[in-house]
Design a protein around this ligand. Structure first.
Ligand code: R5P
Length: 283
């Protein structure tokens, strides 16, 4: 039985349909003191597949509650699908005295599940932070589907770390070059981009990344491309977090379109990762 977190309801429904499984009735509540409650009244299955992105602190608590609730209700086998794993970018102690936050949350999630499925985590090494088996889904190829016909296409990652995503999207699109910029992060909302030697003049460019958070990385990259004479610039991301004013930043930078998946359910979520996740669950 599929058990949706509050922010992954569309994806859980798509996954239930892919797998031919039923969807649990879940209730989400918030008490006057701000504490949340996620419950599964009527849950009566042997196996539970919880699908819950953790883009907020509340979503993490809700996930832990759902794991505990299905065990209480008798589930013997629990799989936890985290389509978007929050805190994954805090995968090291950045200064003395800092936590490794990704490890801290991974350990908590591991306590009440038999296995975990992650979709394009920030780094694959994050799997090592969990105390249970982890499977990683690469859904980046799906980002090619909503793209229109492109002129002399270039698939570009804003830093070398995301070049695999650019290659995957290019391969799925079936045509074009790949390249990457250099990026230095100055603060949580400021980045400095150094372009490559590639000629962008008159080309359609698709900037690919695992996540758009504040939109600083993408909007800086768009500015460089526009100055370099690029024709249309598209942004393709697995996790369209789009925090704060990210959407406005991208529009002001002059992008043609943002496409994302439904790991985080947003208006730009043009494709579902459900088929790719279902493949891994059915193995
Ligand atoms: C960083 O390594 C990631 O791949 C993304 O480029 C980054 O996290 C995006 O963040 P923002 O949208 O805030 O620039």
């Amino acid at each position: 039985m599929l058990v949706p977190g509050a922010s992954s309801q569309a994806l859980a429904a798509a996954l239930a349909s892919e797998l031919g499984e039923s969807l649990a009735a879940v209730e989400y509540d918030t008490f006057p003191d701000g504490e949340t409650l996620a419950a599964v009244p009527g849950f009566d299955a042997d196996t539970a597949t919880i699908v819950a992105s953790t883009a907020s602190n509340d979503a993490y608590i809700e996930l832990l509650q759902l794991q505990d609730a299905v065990r209480e209700a008798g589930a013997r086998e629990v799989t936890t699908v985290i389509p978007y794993m929050g805190y994954a970018r805090q995968d090291k102690a950045f200064e003395v005295g800092h936590p490794i936050s990704a490890r801290a949350v991974a350990r908590a999630v591991s306590t009440t599940t038999d296995r975990v499925v992650l979709v394009n985590p920030h780094e694959d090494a994050i799997a090592d932070f969990f105390d249970v088996p982890v499977e990683i889904v690469d859904a980046a190829g799906r980002l090619a589907e909503p793209l229109p016909e492109l002129h002399d296409p270039l698939f570009l990652s804003p830093d070398s770390g995301a070049i695999d995503i650019a290659n995957t999207v290019r391969d799925a699109y079936g045509d074009g070059e790949t390249d990457y910029f250099e990026k230095v992060r100055k603060s949580g909302t400021e980045v400095e981009i150094t372009p490559s030697e590639t000629d962008f003049d008159g080309r359609d460019v698709v900037i690919t990344d695992d996540i758009i958070a504040t939109g600083s990385t993408m909007s800086e990259a768009v500015a460089v491309l526009t100055e370099g004479g690029a024709n249309r610039v598209f942004c393709a991301t697995v996790h369209p977090l789009l925090a704060r004013n990210a959407r406005t930043k991208l529009c002001r930078a002059g992008i043609e379109r943002v496409v994302g998946t439904d790991t985080i359910e947003r208006e730009v979520s043009a494709v579902s990762v459900a088929p790719a996740v279902a493949d891994v669950l059915e193995r």
